[in-house]
Design a protein around this ligand. Structure first.
Ligand SMILES: Nc1nc2c(ncn2[C@@H]2O[C@H](COP(=O)(O)OP(=O)(O)OP(=O)(O)O)[C@@H](O)[C@H]2O)c(=O)[nH]1
Ligand SMILES: [Mg+2]
Length: 170
């Protein structure tokens, strides 16, 4: 509010604190350095220039400003638009880095879902037994796969059951 940092930088402080992998942290640091802000400022500047040309032509049609034809202005605007589109695409990547790629381990009871989770975590996080229906609660844990946080979700095996507890799980 005091103009010390803008929204992109404020957001990156939070991202930095919550970063789950080194790569996620690096992205946050870059954003804190103002990478995103510079991109957005540049785009805004280019849109303003197009707007200024349009307004000059409306307000002072008698002045011959540098020949900015509709075609040229349109091309310029479309270039900005495509850059905005590109930026929006990277927003998805950013979200994956920030929140992790939600990955459910799904399958019939007793096929080794919890064992797979434990193996990837290299930790005995989930209870493993030879009794089908061991896992009942959803278990979530993050693993780092080449810098991308994978949010692994171990689930209860899918089967028809008369077991009161399992039937209530969704
Ligand atoms: N032979 C063999 N057994 C395995 C393997 N992975 C897991 N098991 C065994 O299979 C049984 C079930 O493993 P879990 O990891 O509990 O299976 P789950 O899919 O989580 O089972 P529910 O939670 O009951 O749905 C256990 O006795 C494991 O030791 C494997 O790769 N090979
Ligand atoms: Mg299990």
């Amino acid at each position: 509010m005091n103009g010390r940092i803008d929204l992109t930088e404020a957001e990156s402080v939070m991202d930095l604190i919550r970063a789950k992998t080194d790569r996620a942290m690096q992205v946050a640091v870059d954003q804190l350095d103002g990478d995103l802000r510079k991109l957005i400022t540049n785009l805004r500047q280019e849109i303003l220039e197009v707007l200024a040309q349009v307004e000059v032509n409306i307000d002072y049609p008698e002045y011959d400003t540098d020949e900015m034809t509709t075609k040229m202005l349109r091309e310029k605007a479309e270039l900005v638009l495509s850059r905005v589109d590109e930026l929006l695409q990277t927003a998805n990547q950013g979200q994956v880095l920030r929140e992790g790629l939600a990955t459910a381990i799904v399958g019939r009871p007793n096929v080794g879902k919890s064992s797979l989770l434990n193996h990837m975590l290299q930790e005995d996080k989930a209870i493993v037994t030879d009794v089908p229906g061991t896992t009942r609660d959803v278990l979530e844990e993050y693993v780092n796969v080449r810098g991308v946080p994978l949010k692994l979700v171990d689930t209860a095996g899918i089967r028809k059951t008369e077991d009161k507890v399992e039937k209530n799980r969704r």
